[in-house]
Design a protein around this ligand. Structure first.
Ligand code: PEP
Ligand code: MN
Length: 265
């Protein structure tokens, strides 16, 4: 169902009037984790000021260590919803447990399925049944075909609103947190009709690489870019080393718009 051979025209996912996948670029910015109202609202204000519509924030955090901050859970989603309503934004948040989906869909606009759950087939089926758009991230060690099959699980339940997100894969290279598989973008665009995002934060794990990789994503034909923004990354409860503060976010976005304009000419 997700194959370009079955449907030659692009799938377009509509979020707050924004047509994701229709040709212009979409951006998802927001903190790694929801830590509190003020923190999320500060980022939302900056997103809104840029004329953007999409805000991210994790409430259920799939952390590598059980001793790290696990997220605020439903309370985090309630904060996101309050901020989203105040700033008229669509919110994207990861759900890790199918049992939480029913309650979660009252608070969020897009269900994110994280890299660690890309092959959690029960979660994929439940997300397919949830009636909300889904942003599906590529698994840490998933091939492109496995990634496409995971999207197929969701669509096979009748949910057509799926966005794919390349977020880097695990290789022997240690210079970056993961290795951004940039060629996955044009391959996914050829093989499927779904919008394709690139998450520059989790693929690189390095603040100094966010801009060059975002430029690469745009140049190679991605429909959107995701990156993490925190009002004070130094005190962030997760991903402190790679979130942008708001002034850095402002200059990042300005530079990205320049690239967008240059490529569009
Ligand atoms: C995230 O986007 O919050 C996240 C945890 O990313 P990933 O699942 O790609 O590691
Ligand atoms: Mn993160």
């Amino acid at each position: 169902l997700v194959s370009r051979k079955k449907q030659p025209e692009n799938t377009v996912v509509e979020l707050k009037g924004e047509q994701v996948g229709a040709g212009s670029l979409s951006y998802v910015f927001g903190p790694c984790a929801v830590e509190g109202y003020e923190q999320v609202a500060a980022v939302a204000a900056s997103v809104k000021e840029k004329g953007l519509k999409l805000l991210r924030g994790g409430a259920f955090k799939p952390r590598t260590s059980p001793y790290d901050f696990q997220g605020l859970g439903i309370e985090g989603l309630q904060i996101l919803k309050k901020v989203a309503d105040e700033y008229d934004l669509a919110v994207i948040s990861e759900i890790v447990n199918p049992a939480d989906l029913e309650q979660a869909v009252d608070y969020i606009d897009v269900v994110q399925i994280g890299a660690r759950n890309m092959q959690n087939f029960e979660l994929l089926k439940a997300a397919g049944d949830a009636g909300k758009p889904v942003l599906l991230k590529r698994g840490l060690s998933a091939t492109i075909q496995e990634f496409i099959n995971a999207a197929e699980y969701i669509m096979s339940r009748g949910n057509k609103n799926i966005m794919l997100c390349e977020r880097g894969i695990r290789t022997y290279e240690k210079a970056t947190r993961n290795t951004l598989d940039i060629s996955a973008v044009p391959i996914l665009k050829q093989e499927t009709h779904l919008p394709v995002f690139v998450d520059v934060t989790h693929s690189t794990g390095r603040r100094d690489l966010l801009l060059p990789t975002a430029k690469a994503a745009i140049a190679v034909g991605a429909d959107g870019v995701m990156a993490e923004v925190h009002p004070d990354p130094a005190v962030a409860l997760s991903d402190s080393a790679q979130q942008m503060d708001i002034p850095t976010f402002d200059s990042f976005f300005k530079e990205i718009k320049n690239v967008e304009n240059r490529l569009g000419q």
